[in-house]
Design a protein around this ligand. Structure first.
Ligand SMILES: Cc1cc2nc3c(=O)[nH]c(=O)nc-3n(C[C@H](O)[C@H](O)[C@H](O)COP(=O)(O)O)c2cc1C
Length: 336
């Protein structure tokens, strides 16, 4: 962890003669900033993770981002068998955001273990989280069993919130009973910590977070994308072949923040905040709302170095604010 000189306090105007004497100033030594956080037993060097679907399998970013400098990354959603995803167009830029309906195109869990993991293992200190998708509870369990054999995976993130597939995904994330079933099965199959990624397309996020916790989740992450759409007024056709798509990016940040706050109030397990994060201040807002760590998604599309940049920016922000431990920011929101 790098160190930096603590900034001197600004000089105040001369105090009036009758003023109460100021308390003695603490000696300003070198501030030792601790950026580390712990999510369900996973030690992270800092709270910045790359979000699933926006960072490939990690290996694609190897030459651009120091994968051992960011907190970690969540790989593209993996299924038991490879998936082709939806036909194009699958992406569309909106005001301060992006629509996507990729449809979970991926190489499958076995190919991930054989083709990508060996390379990731060579990057000392990279924290790899595998995002898991299934059509039914048995699919999730089988995919996890396949991944259990892969060395070098820190945890699983269960995607029960994808809005862009016809079966599975969001179906589980919108019904607390189905969510409990899929989480309990996945937990029983898993030999690693289980993070459950929640959908924002629900009425009560607190209720869904609690259902995940009660069924055995070690942590929850939220949010996935918001169900949305766009139409080309000239052709009168949907902008995305799937008709509806998931909205992400800065446009969703205030809603995601509210949901992270509500989820954090509802569960005891760690919460990972996701949604429109692109600055150090965004990260701090999510931590203050109750998140232990954050994931950065759409920002990787306009700045592939976004995660590494945010680590530097967060460090600078903490030093400027005389924060000694990033973990101490969690839930620090002041009310009243
Ligand atoms: C192109 C794209 C693909 C995505 N694929 C996945 C996925 O495979 N699994 C998953 O859980 N979330 C997926 N997501 C959702 C993101 O991980 C994240 O939850 C969401 O985009 C909100 O964060 P952001 O506003 O920082 O992008 C995807 C998002 C985008 C934009």
């Amino acid at each position: 962890m790098s160190q930096e000189d603590n900034k001197p306090a600004p000089q105040s105007a001369a105090a009036p003669a009758n003023a109460t004497p100021a308390p003695p100033k603490k000696p300003r030594g070198r501030l030792q900033l601790d950026m580390s956080v712990n999510v369900a037993g996973i030690a992270l060097r800092n709270p910045i993770l790359a979000a699933s679907g926006t960072f490939g399998y990690g290996v694609e970013f190897e030459d651009i981002v120091s994968l051992d400098k960011i907190g970690g990354f969540v790989v593209k959603g993996l299924s038991k068998e490879p998936m082709a995803g939806n036909p194009p167009p699958r992406l569309f830029e909106t005001a301060a955001g992006m629509l996507n309906a990729i449809g979970l195109q991926n190489i499958g869990a076995r190919a991930f273990i054989e083709e990508k993991l060996p390379r990731l293992r060579k990057i000392n200190g990279a924290v790899v989280i595998a995002n898991v998708y299934g059509y039914c509870p048995e699919d999730y369990e089988e995919t996890i069993r396949i991944l259990n054999d892969g060395e070098g995976i820190a945890a699983y993130e269960l995607n029960v919130s994808c809005p862009n597939v016809r079966y599975g995904g969001i179906t589980f994330g919108q019904d607390p009973y189905l969510l409990s079933e899929v989480v309990a099965g996945a937990k029983a199959a898993s030999k690693r910590p289980l993070i459950v990624k929640l959908s924002p397309n629900v009425t009560s996020i607190g209720k869904m977070a609690r259902a995940a916790e009660d069924a055995g989740a070690d942590a929850v992450s939220l949010v996935n994308t918001f169900l949305a759409m766009a139409i080309d007024p000239i052709t009168r056709r949907p902008r995305i072949s799937n008709i509806t798509a998931g909205l992400s990016g800065p446009a969703i940040k205030p809603i995601a923040l509210r949901m992270v706050y509500e989820a954090s109030q509802s569960v005891k397990i760690p919460v990972i905040g996701i949604g429109g994060i692109s600055t150090a201040e965004d990260v701090v807002e999510f931590l203050l709302a109750g998140a232990t760590a954050v994931e950065v998604g759409t920002a990787n599309f306009w700045d592939p170095r976004a995660c590494e940049r945010l680590v530097d920016e967060l460090e600078r922000w903490c030093l400027e604010q005389h924060i000694e431990s990033v973990a101490s920011l969690r839930g620090g929101l002041l009310l009243g």
